[in-house]
Design a protein around this ligand. Structure first.
Ligand code: NAD
Ligand code: 6OD
Length: 484
């Protein structure tokens, strides 16, 4: 059986206990993962601190950018291994991992390599009370050791989204990937070595959250900042854990995202776009749309067409290049999603399609599959309309006025993303600007430019990453004031 080990100071390190890495497509065990205890996490943090004082800490910005580009090259050189590892761990379709996850990992490194070379900082010429001048300018320094904790839905994409800017700013990192998807963070260690990134700059510890590697990392006194992507409740636990040592945090959390479809939309584009937003990655993208508001004039036609789209999705083996929908990540997560399918019935929903588990008559029956599911007819107060389900499921409700649609879309404690579907340019801008979220797409969804701010309001997060926002989070700015 394959072992997945911790990675500290350039060496693979075995812990005292193992846990199983399970393939969600058939429930088989892929590997045994070595869990990091508190000592191992401490060794990783010490290695990261030591590396700050070594060659890495002395590199000029241009050479750091070269390292990041070499990391991207190393990912591309092992493209097939990264795709295979991501597909086995997550059960996502091979076509999706090849198109989205692995290319974005390389793109994350290239984007921040480019940005750090050109990033400027503000300066001010200041008039002093005695009629003379002072010059203020800021310098960018690393924060130190950054703890990075990531989820299982887009493991490599979300990990590198944080590792790349952290390294661009000269930090060293200890990463704790999800216990469900440990493989690609570990493979990235090999790519980092190949890219010539000094030992100790990138360290990996494996394990769970509470009373395991996640908590040991966040409460470690020598970790200078924590960046986390995952559930809102986990964010709350991490806030408590970092409070004692007052660490800066960046949180990208859950969502209950809305799409607003106006009668003047390009109908076919809107149906395809909303179907993708509801079902991509089996609905396991934080940006996925679980609430759809459709103007009453096109409501029935839209529901029919979305049902046809859901019915045309090919559910099957992640290794089949034509598969659209793989399994959910785990038996536990499938239980959670199915409990919402039951709850929707109890809350009085009308089932339009799905609502159950597909049968294959093959080993895939042991996988954690569910059907893509559409409901209508729930009141806005229903738990299925309020709570994040994180599966291939959406609820569609009609609206009569723009104001009503905006008010329903904003009636949530989350605030991650929204999409607006209309051919009326003015309305597109107007509605988009009134969404209480970190990102609103108009006539598109999950279209990313890595220089733009990304994050959420309310339960969806704290802070923004992306472009200069990432550089500012991963840097300590020292303002120098010189009396002239
Ligand atoms: P999760 O919060 O359960 O776990 C995420 C990571 O946190 C894992 O590595 C886990 O081991 C670790 N963890 C758990 N408890 C911890 C603790 N007490 N201390 C330290 N670490 C701890 O999330 P998940 O189930 O892996 O991912 C799904 C969730 O992530 C969804 O809510 C989804 O919306 C959210 N998400 C948000 C974004 C975003 O960009 N906003 C992106 C992806 C996923
Ligand atoms: O595209 C990104 O940068 C990003 N952080 C996406 C998050 C997706 C959530 O599952």
């Amino acid at each position: 059986m394959k072992s997945i080990l911790n990675y500290i100071d350039g060496e693979f390190v075995r812990g005292k206990c193992d846990f199983a890495d399970v393939n969600p497509a058939d429930g088989s065990t892929i590997a045994q993962v070595s869990e990091a205890n508190e000592d191992i996490v401490d060794r990783a943090v010490c290695a990261a601190r030591k590396a700050l004082r070594g060659d890495w800490g002395r590199l000029i910005v241009r050479d750091r950018a070269v390292c990041l580009n070499r990391a991207a090259d190393a990912i591309e050189a092992r493209f097939d291994s990264f795709v295979a590892a991501e597909v086995a761990d997550t059960g996502k379709p091979i076509a999706l991992a090849s198109k989205l996850d692995v290319p974005r990992a390389a793109a994350n490194f290239r984007a921040f390599a480019d940005l750090i070379k050109t990033a400027g900082l503000e300066s001010f010429q200041t008039e002093t009370p005695d009629g003379k001048n002072a010059l203020n300018y800021a310098v960018r320094k690393p924060l130190g050791v950054v703890g990075i904790i990531t989820p299982w839905n887009l493991p490599l994409l979300l990990l590198t989204w944080k590792v790349a800017p952290a390294l661009a700013c000269g930090n060293t990192v200890v990463v704790k990937p999800s216990e469900e998807t440990p493989a690609t963070a570990t493979l990235l260690a090999e790519a980092m070595k190949e890219a010539g990134i000094p030992d100790g700059v990138y360290n990996v510890v494996h394990g769970f959250g509470p009373n395991s590697a996640g908590e040991f990392l966040t409460r470690h006194p020598d970790v200078n900042a924590v960046t986390f992507t995952g559930e809102s409740q986990t964010g709350a636990a991490i806030m408590k854990s970092v409070a004692a040592t007052v660490k800066p945090v960046s949180f990208e959390l859950g969502g209950k995202n809305a799409a607003i479809v106006f009668a003047d939309c390009d109908f076919d584009d809107a149906v395809s776009g909303v179907a993708e937003a509801a079902f991509l990655n089996t609905g396991q993208v934080c940006l996925c749309t679980e609430r759809i508001y459709v103007e009453r004039a096109i409501f029935d036609g839209f529901v029919d067409k979305l049902k046809l789209k859901a019915g045309s999705l090919r559910i099957g083996s992640p290794l089949d290049k034509t598969t659209d929908l793989g399994p959910l990540i785990s038996a536990q997560h499938r239980d959670k999603v199915l409990s919402y399918y039951r709850l929707a019935r109890e809350e009085g929903a009308t089932l339009i399609t799905g609502g159950g588990v597909p049968g294959f008559g093959s080993p895939l029956d042991k996988g954690f599959y569910v059907q893509p599911t559409i409901y209508t007819g729930l009141p806005e107060s229903a738990r299925c309309v309020k709570e994040e389900i994180f599966g291939p499921v959406c609820h569609i409700a009609p609206f009569d006025t723009e104001e009503e649609a905006i008010s329903m879309a904003n009636d949530t404690k989350y605030g991650l993303a929204a999409s607006v579907w209309t051919t009326n340019l003015k309305r597109g801008h107007r509605v988009a600007q009134r969404m209480n979220v970190g990102i609103t797409w108009v006539n598109c969804w999950f279209l990313r430019d890595l220089r733009t701010p990304f994050g959420g309001a309310g339960l969806s997060g704290i802070g923004r990453e992306g472009g200069m926002h990432s550089l500012n989070f991963y840097s300590e700015l020292n303002n120098v004031c010189i009396r002239l």
